[in-house]
Design a protein around this ligand. Structure first.
Ligand code: ADP
Ligand code: MG
Length: 375
């Protein structure tokens, strides 16, 4: 179903001398024009290299949303450590730069979101961009859930190809639709309303579903436990199919904080003055036990309020997944941040570059940006 689009790797030979718009996600932290975390850029470099070696004329498109800057100039400077890159600011400059390009040259168009037409999904904007090029590559999985001009309109205007990284995301995440068993699904983080479709889908597909983080607070509350002032979802969702499922495991102990400090509590002992901020050690041990024989694990969402130092539950879960030896797929901006800080990122079989895009892909089996590539 997902393979009825053209893969860049199958068509690379036809792109010599062609001007190619390459949509990447180079939205990385930049401070004082210096890239602070090059993960996404590094993930994109192979695609740029392959196009360069094939003699394509590369026009990079990306957005950046950053407290410090709205320019891709720091990103262009970082990439110029590998290949010469010319950053161009507006449509006129783009047209003249594209006209002058030679095979293997790289031009980077300034932050797409500086142009109203990008988010507005404007066909005028897309048509102007498409006019400078002969082909389009999407290698920005993490923005494929957005109906933006560079994601869903450009592939309708030019011969369009799926980049290597995009294909890998689709392939690895799709394993979860036909997983080897036992399959354990681990869900944490916050906001049940955004994660419910995912939860219900994997309640069907998985053998065991472990719920931690603030989502577990909702389940514990629904089961009648006291959760004090813990974070719970604002909108009411129907949790009864989850509560009644025998596949679902919720925490047996938690880290609770109150005006006297932090304590590890059995969930029966959480007090009205408490706030649950992490899962407890017995829960981690029980989870490690439950996961020991797993063949496939899919994980999204931290187990606790890691921004305030409560990351040990999340690290314990990460360690248990790694030690199980299961095929492990994880993602989500916050989950990746905790695992990266713990130095465990490269121990997972696959780490998705997508946050919202990963959740939507897993829930729906496709994304608008992927559908738009089908010709
Ligand atoms: P991801 O980005 O990995 O998909 P989410 O965005 O769903 O994850 O959730 C991350 C947020 O959930 C973090 O801000 C974290 O602090 C919060 N969180 C997790 N558990 C708790 C908890 N027990 N109490 C408060 N916040 C929590
Ligand atoms: Mg998040």
């Amino acid at each position: 179903m997902l393979n009825n689009f053209k893969k860049l790797s199958d068509h690379i030979g036809s792109l010599k001398g062609k001007k190619v718009l390459v949509r990447l996600d180079l939205n990385v932290p930049v401070i004082n024009n210096e890239v602070r975390d090059p993960f996404r850029i590094n993930q994109s470099l192979p695609t740029i290299s392959v196009l360069r070696e094939a003699g394509a004329r590369i026009i990079i498109l990306s957005h950046i949303e950053n407290a410090d800057t709205s320019s891709l100039s720091g990103v262009a400077k970082f990439i110029s450590g590998y290949y010469p890159v010319r950053l161009v600011e507006g449509m006129d400059e783009l047209r003249s730069a594209a006209h002058d390009m030679k095979d293997g040259d790289i031009v980077m168009f300034e932050n797409l979101r500086l142009f109203d037409g990008e988010k507005a999904n404007s066909s005028v904007f897309a048509t102007e961009l498409a006019a400078v090029a002969d082909a389009y590559v999407n290698d920005a999985f993490s923005v494929c859930h957005r109906e933006h001009a560079s994601v869903v309109l450009l592939p309708k205007l030019l011969p369009a190809y799926a980049g290597t990284l995009l294909c890998e995301e689709i392939e690895k995440l799709s394993c979860a639709f036909n997983p080897p068993h036992p399959f354990v699904f681990v869900l944490g983080g916050a906001k049940f309303d955004t994660k419910l479709p995912l939860m219900l889908k994997f309640l069907d597909l998985a053998d065991t579903v472990f719920v931690g983080g603030a989502l577990a607070n909702d389940l514990l509350k629904e089961k009648g436990y006291e959760v004090g002032s813990s974070l719970v979802s604002k909108s009411r969702v129907n949790l009864s199919p989850i509560i009644s499922s025998l596949k679902v495991i919720t925490p047996v102990d938690v880290v609770a904080t109150n005006s006297y400090g932090n304590d590890i509590r059995r969930i029966e002992s959480v007090d009205v003055a408490d706030r649950i901020v992490d899962i407890g050690p017995e829960t981690v041990a029980q989870f490690a036990n439950a996961i020991a024989g797993a063949k496939f694990v899919l994980w999204n969402g931290p187990m606790g309020d890691y921004e305030h130092g409560f990351s040990s539950g999340t690290e314990g879960i990460a360690q248990a997944i790694i030690e199980s030896g299961a095929y492990s797929v994880m993602g989500g901006a916050d989950s990746v941040a905790v695992v990266r800080n713990a130095g465990l990122l490269d121990k997972f079989t696959f780490v998705s570059t997508g946050g919202g895009a990963m959740l939507d892909f897993l829930a729906n089996g496709t994304l608008p940006g992927i559908e738009a590539l089908k010709q």
